[in-house]
Write a protein that binds this ligand. Structure first.
Ligand SMILES: [Zn+2]
Length: 310
């Protein structure tokens, strides 16, 4: 048996917020989203929260498997996304995680809420991902069998009239399901590790179609926000930024760099200059101070008024 250098309580690929979610978070405080955009944003936020909840369960698995969270892949020129996957000796288990809440009624095409709000049956997406993944694994020479499930992670979710043979794991079944996964006999070797590495190398940072509100520099709200409550009502006192709403204190250097990061996410095409960050941060009155902070944390390019930071 080959030793694999890795502790089993660590995910092979960790999850982080997508650029879409990060952008929406920043936009939601810096501009007025339409009702649709706001709903889309909150759905993204909720979906992410559900995936993180499921990660807490997979991380507890004691048995040999590689955990790959959030893979964006391509097969036969089609993009597909896997919320969570586990590589076992014989199987590749993929999970579509849904954080739906409340009472739904099962229907082959839609899941219907009692309030009349329909959402697409996640089975369609699951079948598509399963097919595309199987083809991709085959093309990589892997013989693993793909097992695919929809995980309904929210304990406040009920689905009436669910046929029992569907690959749906309802909240009441989740505990037993995870226990069964943990009892799977599995020995991993180098080929499993190679496959995990290969999939991570194929991971695309962003899905091809990004659905974002339209925004531009002139119209988004400028100013520094509190790191905890997102309030724009902040004051500088000495080396600190203090929130007038919740009282949280943060070093100005840290706060400026956090707001530079937001600026970068929203406007990746802009050059970072003292002038623009001075305007972006608002509350820091001295340009020199902004320039010093940027100089300490980023690499400067060019001189004088043409200088910008990377
Ligand atoms: Zn605050």
């Amino acid at each position: 048996m080959m030793e694999v250098e890795r502790t089993w309580d660590m995910p092979f690929k960790a999850r982080s917020e997508s650029l879409v979610l990060k952008t929406l978070r920043i936009l939601s405080k810096r501009m007025k989203l339409t009702a649709d955009e706001q709903r889309y944003y909150l759905n993204q936020e909720k979906g992410y929260e559900g995936e993180v909840q499921f990660d807490l369960l997979t991380e507890k698995l004691q048995h040999s498997c590689h955990i790959l969270n959030d893979l964006q892949l391509e097969s036969n020129k089609s993009s597909f996304q896997l919320d969570s996957s586990l590589i076992f000796q014989e199987t590749y288990n993929l999970f579509e995680v849904k954080n739906f809440e409340g009472e739904y009624i099962y229907d082959t095409e839609y899941l219907k809420t009692l309030g009349g709000w329909d959402t697409q049956n996640p089975l369609d997406q699951l079948k598509r991902s399963k097919l595309l993944l199987s083809q991709l694994l085959q093309s990589l020479g892997s013989k693993l069998t793909v097992e695919a499930y929809v995980i309904f992670i929210n304990p406040q979710f009920t689905l009436y009239q669910t046929p029992p043979d569907l690959p749906f794991i309802l909240p009441t079944q989740l505990h037993r399901f995870m226990k069964k996964l943990d009892q799977k006999s599995s020995q991993l070797n180098q080929s499993h590790k190679n496959l995990a590495d290969k999939l991570i190398s194929l991971h695309q940072l962003e899905p091809p179609k990004i659905q974002l509100p339209t925004y531009k520099y002139e119209t988004v709200k400028k100013g520094m926000t509190c790191s905890k409550c997102d309030s724009f009502s902040v004051t500088i006192s000495g080396k600190k930024l203090i929130c007038n709403k919740c009282g949280v204190e943060e070093l100005i250097t840290v706060a400026v760099m956090r707001n530079v990061e937001e600026f970068r996410i929203l406007f990746p095409e802009f050059k970072i200059t003292t002038n623009i960050i001075h305007e972006w941060c608002g509350v820091v009155d001295s340009r020199k101070r902004v320039s010093r902070i940027l100089g300490k944390n980023l690499k400067i390019n060019g001189l004088g008024q043409w200088a910008f930071y990377e």
